[in-house]
Design a protein around this ligand. Sequence first.
Ligand code: BG6
Length: 791
Amino acid sequence: MSVTVFLLLVALCAQGGNGQEGAETQRRGHVSVIIVGGTGDLAKKYLWQGFFQLYVNQAGSGNTFSFYGGGLSPADKATPVLFDNLKAVNCSKDVSKERCALLKEQFLRLAKYRQLKTLEDYQGLGKHIEQQLQEEGMTEAGRLFYLSVPAFSYADIAEKINSSCRPPSGAWLRVVLEKPFGHDFRSAQVLASQLGNSLKDKEMYRIDHYLGKQVVSKILPFRIENKKFLEPIWNRHHIERVEIVLKETLDCKGRISFYDQYGVIRDVLQNHLTEVMTLLTMKLPVNISNSEEVLQNKLQVFRFLLPLGKDQAVIGQYQAYKSEVQQELNKTKDHVSLTPTFAAVLAHIDDPQYEGVPVLLMSGKMLDERVGYARILFKNDVFCLQNHNSVHCKPKQIVFYFGHGNLQYPAILVSKNLFKPALTDNEWKEVTEHKDVTVLGLPISDYYVQTPIQQREAYAELISHIFAGDKNSFISTENLLASWGLWTPLLSGLGSSFPRIYPGGADNGDLLNVQVKGKDISYISKEVIIGLDQMGDTSARGFQVMQGKFRSADMVSAWTEELVERLAADMQEAAETAVRDGGVFHLALSGGSSPLALFHRLALHHFTFPWSNTHVWMVDERCVPLTEPESNFRNLHDHLLQHVRIPYYNIHPMPVQLNQRLCVEEDGGAQLYEKELSKLVNDSRFHFVLLGVGYDGHTASLFPGGKVNEHGKTLVALTESPAKPHQRMSLTFNAINRAHRVAVLVMGKSKHEMVTQLSRIKDNTTKWPVTGVKPANGRLVWYIDYDALLG
Ligand code: BG6
């Protein structure tokens, strides 16, 4: 009898195995589990334990298993390391000693190390699995690859799995990926599309281990179970603020090579804390097990989140971090890292339910305690003249306590002056015996407390979901990109900011305490401890705005964030002057990626801008429906218009779609736009035109080699772009050069070469259309950030 079949029989005879979760829905048979990176740290700490638990739970289910630890080292070196890790696995308390020993022995016998480096190694593994199945006459249920390796190798490994390790039809393939999934929106998109070349969406399981934490996965069910109490108060009229906090006492030693590239925002806020925020604020799904509905409701939160700028974040770095970086990355003593190890970020959800409710996300290393929680603090309209200890006078709050801290166990706490939560889940219990502890300002006896009957590790929980093929607790591509869409502008804005240095532990005192004012967050104490040595060679990093000349016009230059701030201020000044003088401000805006940072800034500070007197026009548009992601109007809408209070009739999208077709000359879209602007804009002179410049020197949709000089007196024309979508509608030089003020915004290192060329060449509108921008009776200002100007 083969080892596998023998072990299956032993498992069948063993008592107590349950864990049939989801297994009924898929074919039973043999499952190969391959942890690529099986001798690594994560595998040692959590993964093998999680798979052992799966094995124990599956005993008697009819499934059989093989486990492979894969790695780059040859087998003779790595096998002992793997087995040291495997021997450390343990059973939960409900499994008897004898049974546990038996299961552990079986588990060890089913495990092997395999070198997985080259394509041949993967082919060898594929053949080995087939051979084993054949020899033992087993049906294959599926193959589960867990990639516990650096993310740069994901695409390559996925390709190898796809080409040589796919199971035959009828059996499933599941590939599990650990974060980081990119370091910004663009890289996440590239990684997603590379993976998409080898794996189907349903085969990918992106892990965020917070979704496996019992309290986090209980947030939605809790909101549903207590809907009758929560629905009336889960809104801006009752919620004072939301805090989502992960405090850690550990430093980053041993993982600086990873951490220094990512920092706390990418490591924790973009994923774990953002996921918690969406679970707390999303619309409740009608059917919680419908992953598509859950996803759509989550995505809706992102749509309403106000953009995050520099004023919505404070960052810090623990003092010893600098020398840890110097040591682990072999850097000299004057090397400075700006990577934050602490961040507090203030988010706002701009919809009728949560408008004005501050949502604070905070995390840091080397803080005073290890604790994670999400707190919903409610407004308290009770005024207590006396007897402040009476229950009505105390804070009203719900705390989702992930673990550690004073309490030491995961729990959901509802202060007694709110309501008594329902308890319908038989895996949870109410705690009535309390130690003498305080949680977020309230003695534990002031709360109703619920906790899981049995505590389970997040990884073990998620592994059981993967095995069941249940995708609800994993990060889909859309979800991932929406989250990076929120965080990327903040991360680029913070690029050149100095984190506040903090000593670490209890000594931090109130150095990291923050205050919220309107939409902005700042440290309470203004004292900033940055030693000169902390600044390194930063002489070029002044924060001042520089003024000068570029192509004989005025130029403003600064680091990106300051530049955008300055442009927004200049635009606002022009708006206020125009409104004061004539009651209206006509603004024409370009598409492309450069203006997005400006749109975010304008959206955040929309209260003081005279939006109700502003008319927004388009500089150019792509010939696609306005609802397409490629449409300039769609971008303008998503990033600016939907966040500001502008009358609908002041918005003027270009009519690229008439008679149910796109940009057809006879439909006269360009003439229509021209007519509208001649009618509404005095002398067809915009007050402010915002332009960008492409790598090829194009501006608006006036491209090199196009007939840009042949538009004559026309104000709007159909044009051709060399890039897709080819057809465009654009303001002409005539329209642009009539304006009172024209701003050309150029940002990013990748534009440096073009800026250098532009600074040297003479006017040549056919080759470099932007050189044709010369307002006749207006002012031209170039806004160029230091990256584009100095490279
Ligand atoms: C990980 C981060 O994802 O989460 C770590 O990379 C962090 O930096 C950890 O320490 C926190 O997880 P937990 O489960 O300990 O709260």
